[in-house]
Design a protein around this ligand. Structure first.
Ligand SMILES: *[C@@H]1O[C@H](CO)[C@@H](O)[C@H](O)[C@H]1NC(C)=O
Ligand SMILES: *[C@@H]1O[C@H](CO)[C@@H](O)[C@H](O)[C@H]1NC(C)=O
Ligand SMILES: *[C@@H]1O[C@H](CO)[C@@H](O)[C@H](O)[C@H]1NC(C)=O
Ligand SMILES: *[C@@H]1O[C@H](CO)[C@@H](O)[C@H](O)[C@H]1NC(C)=O
Ligand SMILES: *[C@@H]1O[C@H](CO)[C@@H](O)[C@H](O)[C@H]1NC(C)=O
Ligand SMILES: *[C@@H]1O[C@H](CO)[C@@H](O)[C@H](O)[C@H]1NC(C)=O
Ligand SMILES: *[C@@H]1O[C@H](CO)[C@@H](O)[C@H](O)[C@H]1NC(C)=O
Ligand SMILES: *[C@@H]1O[C@H](CO)[C@@H](O)[C@H](O)[C@H]1NC(C)=O
Ligand SMILES: *[C@@H]1O[C@H](CO)[C@@H](O)[C@H](O)[C@H]1NC(C)=O
Ligand SMILES: *[C@@H]1O[C@H](CO)[C@@H](O)[C@H](O)[C@H]1NC(C)=O
Ligand SMILES: *[C@@H]1O[C@H](CO)[C@@H](O)[C@H](O)[C@H]1NC(C)=O
Ligand SMILES: *[C@@H]1O[C@H](CO)[C@@H](O)[C@H](O)[C@H]1NC(C)=O
Length: 385
């Protein structure tokens, strides 16, 4: 056993993909070895199937955490049918288990690697707030999680929730339906700072939400959706992600901004860098996507949406961005839509309406430091893509 352990630790230390900090913890161990070998001290093991685990539900593990101190959870291979709700303020890191045979496959991606699947199947019916359909909620309390409607949404809250939530190599899925049944969120991250590494987020309508006063960073991940599937109020940076169009509706993004009176200096918006927009490999074969998907529509007129160095397949319509609806048929000049070095069949910007095609010099404004107005300490810059 000690021989295998030595070999294991030696191999894990050679790894140059994924998270060098956590890969030894995340990889499944040979039978007989503790799954927690290589994990940070105090890591809690959650498994849907392993009776030696401390918890069989992720939410039960979250609720067991003391209010103070950083916490790490190792989520074992398996399906977890539950809503996960993180309201504590201190750091929480969730690590999905991985296995040698797929973790380092150079042709793989988050979907082909991830073994831990957290899913639920709630969708919005009359009387529900969008927040109540989310699979993962990171917010200080119920009022803070509310999304509301209209151009300003739910009222501002004087609270801040988690200062450093991280998830690595986990699938988060809303399985309410295989079409756009109504709002069926995967994430609701409000009044919190959160980052995601090698994860997937799958739904049809409103998959991803970065709420008021929230900052989020997502890397090496796949977001599956159809309608307004990246929406929000806060600041969201998506780096090297795949936006997988399961069908087309609304816009890929639908953002709201806040004026400089309410939030001085803010750069609230959605920023997508070095990414790919494709027809989803799991789109229904009968669904037509060619030229049917739009890069965004403005949820309010202070919306900001910027695509940097992103590949766009033929699902992206040549017009690019569109007005919100027939009731708000004009893209106001307070809306800021921009692209820089888009490429691929949908990346020809000649016929774009109402967006800025950035020059090299203008594009230098759009960096992680530029949009978060600092170098966020809550991002793990060591994750390897
Ligand atoms: C992920 O990788 C698998 C296996 O290579 C491939 O079949 C699938 O199309 C990829 N998914 C996306 C969204 O690119
Ligand atoms: C999440 O937990 C907080 C604190 O316990 C609670 O106020 C809120 O209602 C919960 N939200 C959901 C969606 O379960
Ligand atoms: C949540 O909002 C309701 C009214 O909208 C208010 O009565 C309640 O006190 C708020 N709760 C918290 C914890 O702020
Ligand atoms: C969605 O499709 C999958 C794969 O075909 C199927 O297993 C699942 O039951 C479907 N879900 C719903 C809610 O119909
Ligand atoms: C900023 O927005 C708020 C509503 O959220 C509004 O009351 C205020 O008048 C706006 N200020 C300016 C300068 O537009
Ligand atoms: C955002 O949250 C921080 C930390 O709680 C607070 O200082 C700031 O005023 C909030 N900003 C807005 C616009 O609500
Ligand atoms: C694909 O779409 C067709 C036509 O809407 C529908 O009949 C079929 O059930 C869909 N297939 C899946 C797997 O959802
Ligand atoms: C692209 O979008 C515009 C505006 O909605 C629409 O008129 C046009 O038909 C679309 N192009 C294609 C090729 O479908
Ligand atoms: C924006 O549009 C308004 C009218 O809606 C106009 O008064 C203003 O000059 C425009 N601003 C710029 C910078 O074009
Ligand atoms: C881009 O689209 C325009 C028409 O809008 C067309 O004239 C041009 O040839 C296209 N460029 C490329 C490289 O396909
Ligand atoms: C770039 O940043 C500078 C300084 O913050 C600002 O004045 C300018 O308006 C920004 N330009 C664009 C295109 O956002
Ligand atoms: C959340 O992140 C933003 C952007 O990095 C930062 O300005 C803010 O201070 C952070 N909030 C807390 C409470 O740590």
């Amino acid at each position: 056993m000690w021989y295998f352990l030595g070999v294991f630790v030696a191999l894990a230390s050679q790894v140059t993909a994924l998270s060098p900090n956590y890969i030894a913890c995340q990889l499944q161990k040979p039978a007989g070895l503790s799954p927690l070998i290589g994990c940070p001290a105090g890591t809690i093991y959650v498994s849907a199937t392993d009776p030696t685990a401390q918890f069989s539900s992720v939410q039960a593990a979250v609720e067991s955490l003391p209010p103070y101190g950083a916490a790490t959870l190792l989520i074992g291979e398996g399906d977890y049918h539950e809503t996960v709700n993180v309201s504590r303020t201190d750091p929480v890191t969730m690590l999905g288990q991985l296995t040698w045979s797929t973790a380092f496959d150079p042709t793989g991606n988050a979907t082909s690697r991830n073994l831990a699947h957290i899913w639920d199947n709630k969708y919005v019916i009359t009387g529900m707030d969008d927040a109540q359909s989310a699979v993962l909620v990171v917010s200080p309390n119920f009022n803070g999680s509310l999304i509301g409607a209209g151009t300003t949404g739910a009222p501002y809250q004087p609270y801040f929730g988690n200062v450093d939530f991280k998830a690595y190599n986990i699938d988060f899925e809303n399985r309410a339906a295989n079409y756009s049944i109504s709002q069926a969120l995967v994430t609701d991250i409000s009044y919190a700072n959160a980052s995601f590494y090698g994860c997937t987020f799958a739904s049809y309508q409103d998959t991803w939400y970065t709420g008021k006063n929230a900052s989020t960073y997502v890397v090496d991940s796949i977001i599956y959706g159809m309608t307004d599937y990246l929406f929000g109020f806060g600041t969201a940076w998506f780096q090297n992600v795949i936006l997988a169009n399961r069908a087309c509706g609304g816009g890929i993004t639908a953002w709201k901004g806040t004026n400089q009176t309410d939030a001085p200096g803010n750069r609230y918006g959605v920023y997508i860098a070095d990414s790919k927009i494709i027809r989803s490999p799991d789109a229904n074969a009968t669904t037509v996507t060619d030229s049917q998907c739009y890069l965004g529509r403005p949820w309010n007129d202070l919306c900001t949406a910027v695509y940097l160095r992103t590949y766009m397949d033929s699902s992206v319509n040549a017009t690019g961005f569109i007005p919100f609806s027939t009731a708000r048929p004009v893209i106001m000049n307070t809306t800021y839509y921009a692209e820089y070095m888009s490429y691929g069949p949908g990346g020809n910007t000649t016929a774009r309406a109402s967006d800025h095609i950035l020059t090299d010099s203008e594009a230098t404004n759009f960096t992680i430091e530029g949009v978060f107005l600092e170098t966020p300490q809550w991002i793990d810059y060591g994750y390897q893509i």
